[in-house]
Design a protein around this ligand. Structure first.
Ligand code: NAI
Length: 342
């Protein structure tokens, strides 16, 4: 078994920096050997602060470094497909953030390349599957606790106070829009929990508190109704303007019971009692809410490489969720009921 898996990461932004920190300091069998970003200042800073051996502003140059075993991709979504293909073809194991692609065609190309490199580990960043509460709910379903799951209701709402940071993210690179960028986590969870594929979607949405979303041809807040196989039901709400914080909530209704995850998006176990009453503060954002999940998924990626096995979340999950997210986007833009391509 290899001693330490040597990793190079591309993308050192909002999430990439957290991944880099996890890889550098929190996984004993991993060594973060190289960092890459088009932003030279970020590269220098991270290299200097964390004592990282190699720094690159050009992804192709990083791939020439044969000391590396694996590439971790946390660059903007539009680069994922190209970078996955290049990294696999250069002989590396690959982890890539969601979404797999912004279009079904490019996601299918990636699938082909992943299938050609079966000896390489490939993992997509659907970290919610590695969150302890979401994994616990999955176990309950597998144990038959709620009978047959028939309906899923999901909220994925970004905090209103993070809107400026989000606008910067959305304007610097095309993200695919609300459904492909945000609702995609829920679309993946829905397939995972319901054990069924989506057939038809109807998405609506608009720009309410922030009209600038219209200029981006995107929805600030939106909802999707999805018909799954066997008439199972999905109800999805996604948004960027949640007053009370980062609200990620999921409900799975079965024939014998219901599971809810994150009904109150609590920051922690503290209740503040003051002149306003008894207050449970809410989660601030994805880095706080999914801290454990980001670490656990990276640990799983490294373990898969060392143990020569593939993770349970597959490239096919990446392709199908992309097709589904894209169908939602199309329905939102056309106002039509859309059949999901499969
Ligand atoms: P960001 O915009 O904050 O950071 C992007 C980083 O990539 C920056 O360091 C930028 O300089 C660098 N970059 C841009 N173009 C590049 C190129 N061609 N080659 C190399 N580096 C390049 O973006 P953020 O929020 O960190 O998102 C990155 C990815 O992670 C996106 O695909 C996003 O969908 C995903 N993401 C996933 C989340 C999750 O919960 N799983 C949460 C947030 C983001």
């Amino acid at each position: 078994m290899m001693e330490k898996v040597k990793v190079g990461i591309v993308g050192l932004g909002r999430l990439g920096r957290r991944h880099a920190e996890n890889l550098a300091f929190r996984i004993p069998n991993c060594e973060l050997l190289a960092v890459c970003s088009v932003n030279a200042e970020e590269v220098e800073q991270v290299q200097h602060d964390w004592n990282i051996k190699y720094g690159y502003t050009d992804f192709d140059r990083m791939l020439e470094n044969k000391e590396l075993d694996a590439i971790f991709i946390s660059s903007p979504s539009g680069f994922h497909c190209e970078q996955i293909q290049k990294a696999l073809n250069a002989g590396f194991h690959v982890f890539c953030e969601k979404p797999l692609g912004l279009y079904l065609e490019e996601a299918l190309l990636v699938q082909e390349v992943v299938r050609k490199h079966k000896d390489k580990v490939f993992m997509i960043g659907f970290m919610r599957r590695y969150d302890k509460s979401y994994a616990y709910a999955k176990k309950k379903i597998e144990e038959g606790k709620i009978g047959e799951p028939i309906l899923i209701r999901c909220y994925s709402l970004d905090p209103a106070k993070a809107i400026r940071g989000f606008m910067q993210f959305a304007k610097s690179n095309y993200s695919g829009g609300l459904f492909l960028d945000m609702a995609i986590h829920d679309l993946d969870l829905a397939r995972w929990y319901l054990g069924a594929e989506a057939k038809q979607v109807w998405a609506v949405g608009g720009a309410y508190a922030h009209p600038e979303f219209r200029e981006l041809n995107d929805a600030e807040t939106g909802a999707v109704l999805v018909k799954f196989e066997n008439d199972k039901i999905g109800i999805f709400v996604a948004g960027r303007n949640c007053a009370h914080g980062y609200h990620i909530e999921t409900e799975i209704i079965g024939t014998k019971g219901t599971l809810r995850i994150g009904t109150i998006p609590e920051k922690n176990m503290v209740t503040v009692f003051d002149e306003n009453g008894a207050i449970k503060e809410c989660s601030d954002g994805f880095l706080e809410r999914f801290e454990q999940a980001y670490l656990s998924e990276a640990e799983e990626f490294i373990s898969c490489i060392r143990e020569n096995r593939q993770p349970k979340v597959t490239v096919e999950d990446g392709v199908i969720s992309t097709a589904l997210g894209y169908a939602c986007k199309k329905s939102f833009e056309t106002g039509e009921l859309v059949n999901v391509e499969s």
